[in-house]
Design a protein around this ligand. Structure first.
Ligand SMILES: [Zn+2]
Length: 117
């Protein structure tokens, strides 16, 4: 097997393990509505950011509706509403992600005016 295929296989394995751990952390339930069917793992910080791709804190369990489809509240279709929900319900996890965004986008850690500089 060539190196590229081997790396891809290892990444798929790590992704699968990450999904299992996220499901376990949230007891198989959508954090918003408690649904247990069609649950999906959502990355708070995009999975393309390799550093946090398989970080447990970067994952949250959502039903398909709250992950991708609801116009009222879903991570992908209404990210502002999702951000508000996270701040109201899972502040610590949200702050973890927000702090990394500040460091990445502004090169500094700060909760005040973090994205203006
Ligand atoms: Zn849901």
């Amino acid at each position: 097997m060539n190196k590229r295929r081997r790396l891809k296989r290892e990444r798929n394995k790590a992704d699968k393990l990450w999904r299992e751990k996220v499901k376990e952390r949230f007891a198989g339930k959508c954090v918003v509505c408690g649904a247990t069917q069609y649950v999906q793992c959502h990355h708070l910080l995009p999975r393309e950011l390799a550093e946090w791709r398989v970080e447990l804190e970067n994952g949250i369990l959502l039903c398909a509706s709250h992950h991708k489809y609801s116009r009222l509240l879903s991570a992908h279709k209404n990210p502002v509403a999702f951000a508000v929900w996270m701040m109201d319900n899972r502040l610590e996890q949200w702050q973890w992600a927000a702090e990394l965004v500040r460091i990445r986008l502004c090169g500094r850690s700060s909760s005040k005016n973090g994205l203006q500089g």
